[in-house]
Design a protein around this ligand. Structure first.
Ligand code: ADP
Length: 257
């Protein structure tokens, strides 16, 4: 990565006026990146000017989710975020060549995140940061250096996932970042053929866990093949109209309350 060593980690006053929301999960595969993209778009549709930073060093997926391979341009050393679906975004994946395995340690990841945060975000008043999954050293140093104003934690309803989510909530507690709430993803499945309702990963676990932990429950997103298909096609469901879009819009509204 060019120039990471030069990047100032300290933030300017204008950056502080901008709210930074971290999206985290205790483990991978629970829908953290899907939520980050769609929440950012739902917040934009609710009238905010939103930027999205893909800081998931282990599997940056926002270029795919947002359906664009456009590379960011730069003025001097300042990156210009790429526009997509009513938001602007930058991804760690844009800083390295495609398919390159990222075995970054904390300092490299925080240097790269600083480069993304110090990009020309213009009038963005909210920056959503898609953190890498888990609660290890890389996550901790990203949170410590970026000092988000709040964090959203995503989990499936499964006990295993919720135990890991609780660890993520603890991590934010340790560094005094308020947890804005818990989102339950992959909750409830309606069979497209017979309409039968089922709960492959259970249902309601995250709401109960949020109540126990004394943090807000922000809502649930059903397990829906349409979410996966739209995501794979680079067409985030929150950008169109329909039931999936409404689920993300409700979570955005709760966050803005
Ligand atoms: P993470 O960022 O936590 O690793 P992703 O957002 O990449 O997880 O999601 C993992 C996979 O699950 C992706 O293929 C995604 O399209 C799919 N997925 C996420 N949320 C849902 C959902 N509510 N319904 C169906 N598929 C989903």
């Amino acid at each position: 990565i060019a120039g990471v060593g030069d990047v100032r980690v300290a933030m300017t006053a204008s950056q502080r006026a901008r709210k930074l929301i971290a999206v985290a999960s205790g483990k991978g595969g629970v829908g953290k990146s899907t939520l980050s993209a769609n929440l950012a778009i739902a917040l934009a549709r609710a009238g905010r000017v939103v930027g999205l930073i893909d800081a998931d060093v282990y599997g940056p997926s926002q270029t795919k989710l947002l359906g664009t391979d456009e590379r960011p341009t730069a003025n001097d050393k300042t990156l210009n975020p790429v526009a997509a679906h009513g938001i602007r975004f930058l991804s760690m994946g844009q800083l390295v060549s495609a398919g390159h395995a990222l075995a970054w340690r904390g300092p490299m990841a925080t240097g790269a995140l600083a480069q993304l945060m110090e990009a020309d975000w213009g009038d963005c008043d909210l920056l959503v940061v898609d953190l890498p999954p888990g609660t290890g050293d890389v996550q901790l140093s990203l949170v410590q250096k970026s000092r988000p104003d709040g964090a959203v934690v995503v989990s499936t309803p499964q006990a295993m996932s919720l135990i890991d989510a609780t660890r993520a909530i603890d991590l934010f507690g340790k560094v005094s970042v308020p947890v804005l709430g818990l989102v339950e993803n992959m909750a409830g499945y309606t069979c497209p053929h017979c309409g039968e309702q089922s709960d492959p990963f259970g249902c309601g676990g995250a709401e109960d866990a949020a109540a126990e932990l004394g943090i807000p429950f922000l809502g649930r997103i059903p397990l829906d093949p349409a979410v996966r298909e739209a995501s794979d096609a680079g067409l985030p469901p929150a950008a169109s109209d329909g039931a999936q879009s409404e689920a993300f819009a409700r979570i955005a509204q709760k966050l803005l309350q």
